[in-house]
Design a protein around this ligand. Structure first.
Ligand code: SAH
Length: 253
């Protein structure tokens, strides 16, 4: 950085340099070896950092790993073009088909509550744009994510692939029954609201695993529950507060 500033400062007003004390002229400037062009600066970097400072840290998110990844994942890549200028506002945005990409604070809150580790395998129900899956994928070994609306599943898979998230697998299906072939999971995150805690998801948790799920009526206020599996038969539930999610819909049979 300093070099670049100095070079610019020398500019075109440079007067020829005198010979050296030994009287020998300076050697001819050799051309610099070709370098690859610098990576295009991310035009959203500042907005993303402001979102992290104000919307996350300012609202009580304090897990350093979550704060770090929220400052890395490019939310603007997951929102429709018409909402690009709002990509780092702390609110949900439409992604088509009546669905939304969640508010950054809620993504951070749920990620923090799941308390994941680097070797974890996580299941997400409600891929939507793929943003929450990307945030999770930065922290764990593998993310399986299920989306019931086919075009959303396809678009999210393409976005995640383009951004290099090769530890995310997207499946277009009703997530109410979970993903038995890859169970049990260290954690399950549900980003659409059912009207009760889906029992198949509880059963696909490892002992010691955690499920985070908003539960409540369609269009109303829901409760965000953290369900921890204590042993084969017991769970502990913790109320994390009121939230508002789109409903968990069911495949018509
Ligand atoms: N996590 C998403 C936002 C979720 S919006 C993101 O980061 O962008 C909730 C999503 O859940 C919607 O895309 C909706 O289609 C999906 N959904 C609703 N019911 C579902 C079900 N039964 N199985 C899988 N996905 C479901």
């Amino acid at each position: 950085m300093l070099t670049a500033i100095l070079l610019v400062a020398c500019g075109s007003d440079m007067t020829p340099l005198p010979p050296t004390a030994t009287g020998r002229p300076f050697p001819e400037a050799t051309s610099l070896p070709p370098t690859s062009p610098p990576e295009a600066a991310d035009p959203f970097e500042l907005e993303r950092q402001a979102m992290v400072e104000e919307g996350l840290i300012g609202w009580g998110i304090d897990d350093p790993a979550v704060i770090e990844v929220m400052g890395i994942v490019p939310r603007h890549e997951f929102v429709p073009d018409e909402f690009l200028s709002q990509a780092y506002r702390n609110h949900p945005l439409p992604i088509g088909f009546g669905q939304t990409i969640s508010q950054p604070y809620i993504v951070a809150l749920m990620t923090q509550a799941l308390d994941v580790s680097a070797n974890d395998t996580i299941l997400e129900i409600g891929t939507g744009s793929g943003y929450q899956a990307a945030v999770m994928a930065e922290l764990v070994d593998h993310v399986y994510t299920m989306e019931i609306i086919t075009p959303l599943a396809e678009k999210a898979a393409a976005t995640l692939d383009r951004l290099g998230y090769d530890n995310v697998t997207v499946r277009n299906a009703d997530g109410y029954f979970g993903w038995q072939e890859n169970a049990p999971f260290d954690g399950i995150i549900v980003t659409a609201a059912p009207d009760h805690i889906p029992q198949p998801l509880v059963e696909q948790l490892k002992i010691g695993g955690r499920l985070i799920v908003p539960v409540g009526p369609v269009g109303g206020i829901q409760t965000l529950w953290l369900v921890s599996r204590i042993n084969e038969d017991e769970v502990r539930t913790q109320n994390l507060g009121d939230v508002r999610f789109v409903p968990l819909t069911r495949e018509e049979s």
